[in-house]
Ligand binder design. Sequence first.
Ligand code: SF4
Length: 277
Amino acid sequence: MGKHALLSASSSHRWLNCPPSARLCESYEDKSSEYAAEGTSAHMLCEYKLKVALGIRAKDPTADLSFYNAEMEDCANGYAVYILELVEMAKQSCADPVVLIEQRLDFSKYVEGGFGTGDCLVIADGTLHIVDYKHGQGVLVEVEDNPQMKLYALGALEIFDGIYDIDTVSMTIYQPRRDNVSTYTVFKESLYQWAEEILKPTAELAYAGDGEFNCGEWCQFCKVKHECRARAERNLELARYDFKLPPLLEDDEVEDILGKIDSLISWANDIKNYALQ
Ligand code: SF4
């Protein structure tokens, strides 16, 4: 995994929702977490297992991995089997599907400096398949309308649309530790429309450091989440309910608070952790 672009695919859910966050996060270092290191090891093992399954020569990375256990081995084996099944399926409509592993995908046509790495692409006439392996289990990754996957898809179309006769793009999140293997399929044209109408203008705002601050569940992945004024103001606005006696709250107020309480707790914990560092 290389150095992250300012507007990376993996952070796109955040900067698409809150464009000014991109420049704000820029001066903060990437803190490598244990989870990230574990994910890197899992990806290396997956890559190796898949290559072997496809008959491609590859060096076994196991001895050099910073993390390795039986669960990771099972996950990587399962991933390789899943891709083989996908390839077999693709062969039903195309005699010579192409399989690409750890493919660099450039979507800079829509997002300044934008690139990422697709774990696996299976390209056949009709459908382009993109599979992303997620080793984490903390957050269930939704595939539907997932911007990271859509950016990868645009990067893949940039290379293969025209060479292959592609109508639809099929995006799959393979997250074995959450029993989550889910696929989202869209027409190529709807991706291009999203890219022109939503992605490109929002990326321009983000690149320029413009746009509106917007809090939401994406804040949990933001490097400035501890100090962000917009997030503090939003949560302090919610916290004002604390000054009312609970019996005086109307049902709709309780409902309103309940809907936001997770975000308040998450923000309060972030502030506490930051202050106690
Ligand atoms: S914490 Fe949330 S609102 Fe603040 S910059 Fe980050 S994403 Fe935007």
